[in-house]
Design a protein around this ligand. Structure first.
Ligand code: UDP
Length: 234
């Protein structure tokens, strides 16, 4: 499969059409942004690492019964994916308080939640991806009730599968963000699952091994991504 026309360039990825109208090539870049893209930088080899990690995780999730847009990895930075119409919400699941939730509610990072918290953010950069709930989503026709039920069900299935998987690699899945799309009227998981979109802490030292190292200038950013890849591929 070859890349034809570029149809989209986001902060961390590009999308290209292919000869097959139902398939796109998703290219992972090394570019990193944070805080509504006010902070920009490069994480060397991040694209290669996130492509491999996303492949591994999409394959695992498919086995667990979560349909995804992943078709196959083509090379270092490119994966073949199904064309979807993205549902403009970001679904966040949190197992431990961090980031936005700590700030919103004035909580310490690291509090273990009694049960996972699911949040929706409306995907609209110029509004800074505001927090919304299922009533907003239904009332504004962002997704139907049936679609939302599926999205919720898949998101919790992803949480269970990935909590267990990362735990076996000595990593705590603190929180993560998912995006879903419509493909032939069905909801499937799209985008990526990587240290850009998950918070991962070392189980024993609680060291952060994710994009917070970039966001918060903690150093050893490349090393953290490499370490996650090394553990996941073991
Ligand atoms: N996240 C993401 N993209 C976004 C916002 C958040 O992938 O645009 C991920 C983030 O890496 C974390 C989780 O979603 O794993 C929860 O992020 P949070 O809402 O705490 O926001 P942040 O602190 O990243 O601004």
């Amino acid at each position: 499969m070859e890349k034809l026309k570029q149809i989209y360039e986001g902060k961390a990825k590009k999308l290209y059409e292919t000869a097959d109208p139902d398939l796109l090539i998703q290219e992972f870049k090394d570019d990193a942004t944070a805080f509504d893209a006010t902070k920009r930088g490069t994480i060397v080899n991040k694209g290669v690492i996130n492509n491999m990690l996303s492949e591994k995780i999409f394959v695992l999730l498919t086995k667990k019964g979560v349909p995804t847009h992943f078709v196959k990895r083509l090379n270092d930075r490119d994966m073949l994916v199904k064309r979807v119409e993205i549902v403009p919400i970001e679904v966040t699941i949190r197992n431990i308080v961090a980031g936005g939730m700590a700030k919103l509610l004035g909580l310490e990072e690291g509090i273990v939640l009694k049960e996972p918290v699911l949040e929706y953010h409306y995907k609209e950069d110029k509004l800074h991806d505001p927090l919304i709930n299922d009533y907003h989503i239904r009332a504004l026709n962002i997704a139907t009730e049936k679609e939302l039920d599926t999205i919720k069900k898949y998101s919790f299935m992803v949480n269970e599968a990935l909590k267990f998987f990362f735990d076996s690699k000595g990593l705590i899945l603190v929180d993560f963000k998912l995006e879903f799309g419509r493909c032939k009227k069905k909801i499937i998981l799209a985008d990526e699952v990587s240290p850009d979109t998950c918070r991962l802490w070392d189980k024993t030292t609680k060291e952060k091994l994710d994009k917070d190292r970039f966001r918060r200038d903690l150093g050893n950013v490349e090393e953290a991504y490499q370490e996650v890849l090394r553990r996941v591929m073991e």
